[in-house]
Design a protein around this ligand. Structure first.
Ligand SMILES: Nc1ncnc2c1ncn2[C@@H]1O[C@H](COP(=O)(O)OP(=O)(O)OP(=O)(O)O)[C@@H](O)[C@H]1O
Length: 618
């Protein structure tokens, strides 16, 4: 990877050299479909042949007329020439259309899938960073359009090679008229190229500002489409704020675009002036030569070549500018997909022995979120032995969920280390570790797939029916699923199936629990799994926990201190530090903050005997 140093703004992103990007794109193309390279070469050949027809035919017609060619011969030659021209132009159009479709396939199959997979597997901590969100926006820009970024690069290269070959051929012809004419054409085209490059350079400089504004707009659009956000937006009339911010971003984008446009406008004006000078000098010279014995057919040929030459040249400068722009976009894309991860995703260690529970040690762990000033956790040390049930309690913001995210491997400690079965988590293959743990997060998340697919993470045919039934019973979802017409194969939400259903908050939480049980993981983490459950479901769940957690290491978070009594050990967190630690009874005896909180809660929550409640209800 080559880094460029001290480049002006807008050019700083060239993390890879142009040559490196050529190798990258065409190596990938070769591996994806070799014929794409062959069709590209064919497109170049026909791109060059087509305009040649247009300058040669008029010249031949003039020559035939001046030679008084018999009518039949004249018609035959013309017909053959036009037929040939038609065939060449037809093949050229076919190749352009075919390559366009193939490049779309290549872009989507190869690069879009790679980007999606990177987003889905990249370290969570990295993906959360604001800078990485911007980097992703830029990487997507590289793949979003046909004529930009990755695909634009491929199209432009075909055009560039065609234009260079065309230019060389035209230069040979025009130098036959007079080398000075060739020199003049080159000089004029160079001036045009400089002005055009200035405009492109300015556009490139403004790219970072535009990306920032687009990230803002994308966020606002997402809020507008998000049903969850929709409730609060309606309730608190946040639509006005969204509208204002969207308009502001739009306005700023417009200002930048106007400035860019003014540079291109200047480029057009200079272009008109230069064309005026070019045509005046060249036509004047050719007319002078005509009056001094130049053949009319050559005169016609040179006229075509003069105007064609400038087109080749201008397009080449345009191609070069566009290729360098797309090269930077490819750099953005590669920067994202090649981003180094903090965890090992391949080649890391694996914890073997599938049936054994995990042993987790937090060793002097401190953690600070990116951009935050203070630690959320400070010097936290504890040991969850194999098969042990640990509870984490503490007031809001104490750092409980942060410990969960660290234990899951979503974040890495700022200081200290986390050991899993004696191995530092940094040395583990994180994706294999994910397979060994199951978590029920506070905020339930489901995909709009069937219930079975949501629970098992498998496509329907692979779902194990016996296992599923057990899981549904354990999670308390069995009766609900049985009542549904399509049972386990009922879709959630209506995105994929119109008959999809909406689960209540408590039912969703049960579904999350079912998913965690189905995974049969060696470490089970439950972050307030009963927060949305009614009193009966909650009590039933506690009864099942004993069975559910048997032999597994588990971490349990709850604000209801009474609900954590079944755990072997309770850690009471305060301001990111362990304030008290021990069994429920030990902590009560300690008579510290935990004991006081337990007493206060006792006043609000009356302990419920589930059987008593059920009897009363019956
Ligand atoms: N992604 C984040 N970026 C920055 N700060 C964060 C992030 N997530 C949490 N925090 C901060 O870390 C602190 C601890 O949050 P955490 O969610 O771990 O607390 P908690 O004990 O689980 O709280 P609760 O009981 O409310 O769920 C809070 O002050 C919170 O503002």
């Amino acid at each position: 990877m080559k880094k460029t140093k001290n480049k002006p703004e807008g050019k700083q992103d060239a993390l890879y050299s142009l040559g490196n990007n050529y190798t990258y794109v065409y190596k990938n193309m070769w591996e994806y479909r070799k014929s794409l390279v062959g069709y590209g070469i064919a497109e170049v050949i026909f791109n060059v042949l087509t305009p040649f027809g247009l300058i040669i035919i008029p010249s031949v017609v003039v020559k035939l007329l001046l030679k008084s060619t018999p009518v039949m011969n004249f018609i035959t030659i013309l017909t053959v020439m036009f037929a040939l021209y038609g065939i060449v132009a037809g093949i050229s159009s076919f190749l352009i259309a075919r390559n366009r479709m193939q490049y779309i396939d290549f872009r989507c199959d190869r690069f879009w899938i790679e980007l999606l997979l990177k987003c889905l597997t990249i370290d969570y901590q990295i993906m959360e960073s604001e800078q990485v969100k911007k980097d992703l926006e830029k990487a997507m820009e590289c793949l979003n359009a046909n004529q930009l970024g990755m695909e634009g690069f491929m199209h432009r290269n075909v055009k560039l090679i065609s234009n260079v070959i065309g230019l060389i051929l035209y230069a040979c012809i025009i130098s036959m008229a007079h080398p000075i004419i060739l020199a003049l054409l080159i000089a004029i085209s160079l001036i045009q190229m400089l002005v055009f490059n200035r405009a492109k350079y300015f556009e490139q400089n403004k790219r970072n500002d535009m990306v920032k504004l687009k990230v803002t707009q994308r966020y606002l659009q997402e809020q507008a489409f998000d049903l969850k956000a929709g409730k609060d937006i309606r309730m608190y009339q946040l639509n006005h704020v969204i509208k204002r911010m969207y308009k502001k971003a739009n306005q700023e984008l417009k200002q930048i675009k106007i400035k860019i446009q003014s540079f291109f406008y200047l480029n057009d004006v200079v272009g008109i002036l230069l064309r005026f000078i070019r045509d005046g000098v060249c036509y004047g010279y050719l007319i002078y030569r005509l009056m001094n014995g130049l053949e009319v057919s050559y005169f016609v040929l040179y006229l075509g070549v003069v105007s064609g030459f400038a087109k080749w040249f201008t397009t080449i400068t345009e191609d070069i500018a566009e290729i360098s722009r797309f090269h930077l976009m490819i750099c953005d894309y590669r920067k994202f997909v090649d981003m180094e991860e903090r965890h090992l995703h391949k080649g890391g260690l694996e914890i073997t022995g599938e049936d054994s529970a995990l042993d987790i040690v937090f060793e002097h762990v401190s953690f600070c979120y990116e951009g935050a000033e203070n630690n959320v956790l400070t010097d936290v040390s504890f040991h969850m032995k194999k098969g042990e049930k640990l509870a984490l309690v503490g007031i809001n913001g104490a750092g409980k969920s942060t410990i969960v995210k660290l234990m899951c491997g979503f974040y890495q400690p700022t200081k200290g280390r986390i050991l899993v079965n004696g191995i530092d988590m940094k040395e583990l293959d994180i994706e294999k570790y994910f397979k060994q743990i199951a978590v029920v997060f506070q905020d339930a998340f489901t995909m709009s797939f069937t219930i079975a697919e949501n629970i098992s993470g498998e496509i329907t045919e692979k779902v194990m029916a016996d296992k599923m039934e057990k899981v549904l019973k354990l999670s308390g979802l069995f009766d609900k699923v049985n009542q549904l017409e399509k049972g386990l194969h009922t879709y959630l939400n209506k995105d994929m199936d119109e008959s999809g259903i909406q689960l209540s908050g408590g039912e969703l939480q049960k579904l999350m629990l079912a998913r965690a049980i189905y995974k049969n993981a060696q470490l089970l983490i439950l972050d307030e799994p009963t927060a949305a459950l009614d009193a009966i479901s909650e009590s039933e769940l506690y009864e099942r926990y004993q069975m559910l957690l048997k032999g597994r290491t588990s971490l349990f978070i709850s604000h209801r201190l009474a609900s954590t009594r079944f755990c072997d050990k309770i850690i009471f967190l305060e301001n990111g530090c362990i304030a008290e630690e021990g069994s429920h009874d030990e902590l009560l005896q300690l008579n510290g903050t935990y004991a006081k909180m337990f007493q206060v809660q006792g006043k609000y929550y009356q302990e419920v005997d589930i059987h008593e409640v059920q009897e009363t209800m019956a």
